[in-house]
Design a protein around this ligand. Structure first.
Ligand code: SF4
Ligand code: SF4
Ligand code: FES
Length: 286
């Protein structure tokens, strides 16, 4: 009788911060760092999206490489020697945060963004007086009752474009437009969101790291000064609208749902939802 061949993934051996480690062939340096417990900042990378390498905050030093390499997309090679916390790496990561935060409003970014900025001692103010340097300041786009687009908080990480496109929704309602400092995320011909191809799945909100895309509830509460994450709780449940079984994380404050997310590691949703799961909770308050 023929035996079914057992698939054994080939391991690659390399040096990571002076330790010899082995990881499965095809792993990225970031995969290896996560496996070895080495925390690494990321902005444009997410476990449920294809790496696009645009933010460069995850860079590491690879012996023999002239430039720093993005750990989120560079595959590990046999014999590679990688340093994740050299002076050059720390300086580069600090510069990325400083350049971004000098032209983009980062006050509503994910908590880990602020933690990493503090860790690297980022001082965006040293890039100049904010009133004198070019920023992406612009009015917030409030075009419906579900979510707002506040592009003065956009770092052009492309995550929303990927979530709307090939990586999840396949709707392609938003894409990048313009060039250089004028590059921005836009609907086709910059039409309002209700006039675009958008189906209001909110998957773009789910991946945005800076708060540029936000639930209208969150936006309104922040503007009113009532948004208080420390008093919020998160309850995981199953979406009641169909039999797919998506997991919902209901964020509640003062016994009211204020936004809905989904865990990125869920085998069905991978963090993505449809309009019903993402926004169809108002009946719970009736
Ligand atoms: S809500 Fe969904 S369809 Fe609309 S832009 Fe965002 S990801 Fe695309
Ligand atoms: S809106 Fe958010 S997710 Fe989209 S590119 Fe800007 S920062 Fe990234
Ligand atoms: S997280 Fe690696 S380039 Fe953005």
């Amino acid at each position: 009788m023929n035996e079914t061949p057992v698939s054994v993934s080939t391991m690659v051996e390399f040096t990571l911060d002076d330790e010899v480690v082995k990881v499965p062939d095809g792993s990225t340096i970031l995969d290896a760092c996560r496996r070895e417990g080495i925390e690494t900042p990321t902005l444009c990378w997410a476990e449920n999206l294809t790496p696009v390498n645009v933010c460069r905050v995850c860079v590491v030093e690879v012996e023999g490489s002239r430039v720093l390499v993005p750990s989120c997309s560079r595959a590990v090679e046999e014999g590679m020697v990688v340093a994740t916390d050299s002076e050059r790496v720390r300086t580069s990561r600090r510069m990325v945060y400083e350049l971004l935060a000098s032209s983009v409003e980062m006050d509503r970014a994910d908590p880990e963004v602020h933690a990493w900025m503090e860790h690297y001692g980022a001082r965006p103010e040293r890039m100049g007086d904010r009133s004198e340097i070019a920023t992406v300041a612009q009015p917030v786009k409030v075009q419906d009752d579900l979510y707002v687009r506040d592009y003065e908080r956009c770092i052009l990480c492309y995550k929303c474009v990927e979530a709307c496109g090939d990586d999840a929704q396949h709707t392609y309602a938003i894409a990048t437009a313009g060039r250089g400092f004028g590059a921005h995320i836009s609907t086709e011909h910059d039409v309002s969101l209700p006039d675009s191809a958008c189906v209001y799945c909110g998957n773009c909100i789910g991946v945005c790291p800076t708060g540029a895309l936000a639930f209208k509830t969150e936006h309104d509460m922040r503007e009113a000064g009532t948004w208080d994450e420390s008093s919020q709780s998160v309850t995981t449940t199953v979406c009641p609208f169909c039999g797919v079984g998506c997991n919902l994380e209901l964020h509640t404050q003062d016994e009211r749902i204020v936004k809905v997310t989904s865990p990125a590691d869920h085998s069905v949703t991978h963090g993505h939802l449809c309009i019903k799961g993402r926004f169809g909770w108002q009946h719970a308050h009736a």
